[in-house]
Structure formats: C-alpha cells, structure tokens
Design a protein around this ligand. Structure first.
Ligand code: GUN
Length: 299
C-alpha cells in the first residue's frame, strides 16, 4: 500500500511550530516577527497567492504588511520600496511576488533584497549558501525546503546509500533541491530535457522528484517499486467535465498509475503546494530569531 503524503497536514504542523516560535520570541524579547509582501499589477493568480501569504502571516501572529502596487509602477519606484523595506527594522522578511509585469526587471529587484530578509531564498547569497552546504547560515528557498521536509519525515536526516533523481534543473527548484539532497548524503542525479533515457534514470531512484511543468509526464514504469515520489508540478489542464472553459490542477506525475508502484507519493493539489507558504512563514520566523540574537527553531 502506498502512502499518500498529506501536504496540508504537514504544512499545518509547520505553521503550528511557527506560531509557537513567534509567540515565544515576542514574550521573551518583545520582538514581533514582521513580513512584507509586495505585489505589482493585476494578475489574478498572483493576487490569490499573495492574499494567502498575507493571511497566513497574520495567523502566525506576524506583523503582516502588504504593498499592492499598480501595473504602471516604474523600476525606480519598486527599487525604492525595497530599499525602504530593507531599512525597516520592524520587518524581518521581504517577498516580491513573481512574475513582475513585463516592463520590470525582476533580477535586480530580487538581488537588492538584503540576504538576511530574503525569505524566498532567491538572493545569490542564499543560493550560494545552499550550494556550499551552509544550511544553518542562510535562508533556503521555500519549495525545495518544503519538499525536503517530506523527505526527512519519510527517510530521516541521513540519506546515505539512497539514489535521488530530480527532474528539472531550474535555479528556483532543481538546483537547490539537488544540493539539499546531496547535503543529506543522497547520491544525486539532476536529470533534464537533454538526459538520455530519462525513464531508465528515474527507475534507479529511491527518491524521485519531478519539477518539469509537463502534466503527467512521469509514468508508472519510470518508478522503482517502493520509491518516494515527490511531484512539484502544478499544471492547469482543461476539465470540460467541470463545465465549459474550466480547468483543474495536475502534477508532473501520472498520479493514479504511479501510486500503484510508489511507496509514498505526493498528490497535486495538496502535496508540495501547501508547504511553500508554510516554509515562507518558517523562514520569516527564523530571520526574526537571528536578528534578535536567538537560536531559531528547526523545521
Ligand atoms: N510566484 C510563484 N511562486 C513564487 C514564490 O515562491 N516566490 C515569489 N516571490 N513569487 C512566486
């Protein structure tokens, strides 16, 4: 019998730990954890994500600040806002929701966020710390950090002797995920669109992580019997059965057939997705503890 990993439940347990940590920090030091979320433009999906982030931050007892800027915002105005958030001692985390409108360059904005406030883990200082194995010193980007929580709960801290395959080599996910697995002693392969015989590579994986953005690409005969399968894909596909023009979310893994073979598998939705917001809250309370000179909680 396969275990279907309940991302909602595990995310709720992370958020409970964050609530306790932020309350303790407040009681012991008077510091209230602060998170600023910035959104530019009118993209409805981005607004839905940002509302969920701001709402969860409030639930965690944070000072939750949202800056909603018009589509017409200039690069200079956005840069100036980030500088003012960097300088604000009441804020421990800053997140600029991506993608930005087309006329804005995201990279200089993301890189201008102070590394110690970069709760998205996208600044090159934080990416570099993950790449060099300095996991206690930086902030780890939220989606790979969330996927690693699943891996640790199933396999423990030490992945010695286990083969891990990550499909996808993006800076946002595949590369940091590979680095985190390697740091936990797994033998890691990062596969991608140019990999020869991808199915055979995947069949060697005790831990298979898919992040390619192709609905249902990973099939049952790609999965080693008993393997842990983590699906990071979130793809919108047409769902005419729900009505004309309706969509549903599916992952990169053909869930039903792979669940017959896997030892543990994440669903989409309800797997990695809820973990991303939970780990954002975790990073923010970690940043607040560091700023206050306190030992941060671990997740
Ligand atoms: N847009 C979609 N996911 C994310 C995320 O994790 N962080 C940011 N900043 N923007 C996103």
């Amino acid at each position: 019998m396969t275990t279907v990993i309940d991302g909602k439940q595990i995310a709720a347990s992370i958020i409970e730990t964050v609530k306790v940590a932020s309350r303790d920090l407040m009681e012991q030091t008077g510091v209230r954890t602060g998170l600023a979320v910035v959104i530019v433009g009118d993209d409805p999906a981005s607004h839905a994500y940002v509302s969920a982030k701001s709402r969860t931050a409030k639930e965690c007892g944070f000072n939750s600040v949202q800056h909603t800027l018009p589509e017409s915002t200039s690069q200079a105005d956005l840069a100036a806002l980030v500088q003012s958030l960097n300088a604000d001692d009441s804020l421990h985390g800053i997140l600029v929701q991506l993608p930005l409108p087309k006329h804005l360059q995201s990279e200089p904005i993301i890189q201008s966020i102070l590394p110690e406030k970069d709760v998205d883990g996208l600044n090159i200082v934080n990416a570099g710390k993950v790449a060099t194995g300095d996991l206690a010193g930086g902030l780890i980007s939220c989606t790979p950090a969330g996927a690693m929580v699943f891996v640790r709960r199933l396999h423990g801290e030490d992945l010695s002797g286990l083969n891990a395959v990550v499909i996808g080599r993006s800076n946002l996910f595949g590369k940091p995920m590979g680095a985190l697995l390697l740091n936990a002693n797994a033998t890691v392969t990062i596969a991608h669109s140019r990999t020869k015989d991808l199915a055979a590579v995947c069949r060697g994986a005790d831990i298979l992580v898919a992040a390619v953005g192709r609905p249902g690409m990973v099939k049952a005969d790609w999965v080693k019997p008993g393997a842990t399968v983590i699906d990071v894909g979130i793809n919108r596909v047409a769902a005419p059965e729900k009505g004309e023009g309706k969509f549903r979310l599916v992952g990169d893994v053909a869930f039903e057939e792979c669940a017959e073979v896997a030892g543990a598998i994440t669903p989409v939705p309800g797997g990695v997705g809820p973990m991303t917001i939970a780990m954002l809250m975790a990073n923010t309370v970690i940043a607040a503890h560091r700023k206050a000179g306190r030992t941060p909680p671990t997740f």
